[in-house]
Design a protein around this ligand. Structure first.
Ligand code: B16
Ligand code: MG
Length: 220
C-alpha cells in the first residue's frame, strides 16, 4: 500500500534551475568560462561541487584550482544564489503542485523532500511549504548523489516506511534511476524519452494525479 511520497525540489515543486544558471553564469564571468542554458541542463540534480567540476571541465580549467579554491568558488556561487532565491514566493510553485500536495495530505500520506540542494529548507519556507514535509533529507549527510539511491532510502527510513511503500517524484533521469534503485515506484515529470525509466510519467506537474499514481502503484 502506498504510504509515502518523496519529492525532488528543483523541477518538481518549483523551478530553481534559472536561478542556479544566473548564479553560475556570474561566477563564470569572473573565472572566464561562458556557457548557455543548454549546458545548464547538465547541472540539474547535480550537487554544487559536482556542478562546479563540470563547469571547470567545460572551460578546460579543471586543473587550475586547488580544492580550497574550488570550495571558495562554490561558496561564492552560493552567495549569488542565496540573493536570487530571496525573490521566491508561493506563486513560484509549479502548476498543480499545491493541489497535488493537498490531495496527498487528504489521503494521509507521509511526505518527504529528497533534494540535492542545501538551500532546500530556505526555498520551502519561501514557498510557504515549511510545515508540509515530515522529513527533509539533509544532503550534507549523504555519501553519494543521485543516481545513487541513498537520498531516497534515507527519506523512506526517516519516514519509518519501507521502500516498497513509497513513490518518488523526479524530473531528472538521474533521479528516476535513484528512485528505481531504491526499490520505489517512480513518477517522472518530463518527456516520454527522458522519463522512459519511470514507472509512470506525466509531461507537466499540472498532470500529476494522485488517484492515477495509486492505481498504477497497486498494479505494479
Ligand atoms: P545547492 P534538486 C539540485 O536540486 C539542483 O537541480 C542542482 O542544479 C543544484 O546544483 C543542486 O540542487 C544543489 O543545490 O547548491 O542549493 O546545494 O533537483 O535535487 O532538488
Ligand atoms: Mg530536479
Amino acid at each position: 500500500m502506498l504510504k509515502g511520497i518523496i519529492f525532488d525540489l528543483d523541477g518538481v515543486i518549483t523551478d530553481t534551475a534559472e536561478f542556479h544558471f544566473l548564479a553560475w553564469q556570474k561566477l563564470g564571468e569572473k573565472i572566464g568560462i561562458t556557457f548557455d542554458r543548454a549546458f545548464n541542463e547538465n547541472l540539474k540534480g547535480i550537487s554544487r561541487m559536482d556542478s562546479l567540476d563540470r563547469i571547470l571541465a567545460y572551460g578546460n580549467k579543471e586543473n587550475n584550482y586547488t580544492q580550497a579554491e574550488k570550495e571558495a568558488l562554490a561558496h561564492e556561487k552560493n552567495e549569488h544564489y542565496k540573493q536570487l532565491i530571496q525573490q521566491i514566493s508561493p506563486e513560484d510553485l509549479l502548476p498543480g503542485i499545491a493541489s497535488f500536495i493537498k490531495a496527498c495530505q487528504e489521503k494521509e500520506l507521509l511526505l518527504a523532500l529528497a533534494s540535492a540542494s542545501k538551500n532546500g529548507p530556505t526555498i520551502l519556507t519561501r514557498l510557504g511549504l515549511a510545515d508540509v514535509f515530515e522529513v527533509v533529507v539533509d544532503p550534507a549527510t549523504l555519501r553519494k548523489g543521485k543516481p545513487d539511491p541513498e537520498i531516497f532510502l534515507q527519506a523512506a527510513e526517516s519516514l519509518g516506511l519501507d521502500s516498497s511503500e513509497c513513490a518518488g517524484v523526479e524530473d531528472a533521469e538521474a533521479g528516476i534511476e535513484a528512485i528505481n534503485r531504491a526499490g520505489m515506484f517512480s513518477v517522472g515529470v518530463g518527456t516520454a524519452e527522458a522519463m522512459s525509466g519511470a514507472d509512470l510519467f506525466v509531461e507537466d506537474t499540472i498532470d500529476l494525479n494522485l488517484e492515477e499514481i495509486i492505481a498504477s502503484f497497486n498494479q505494479k
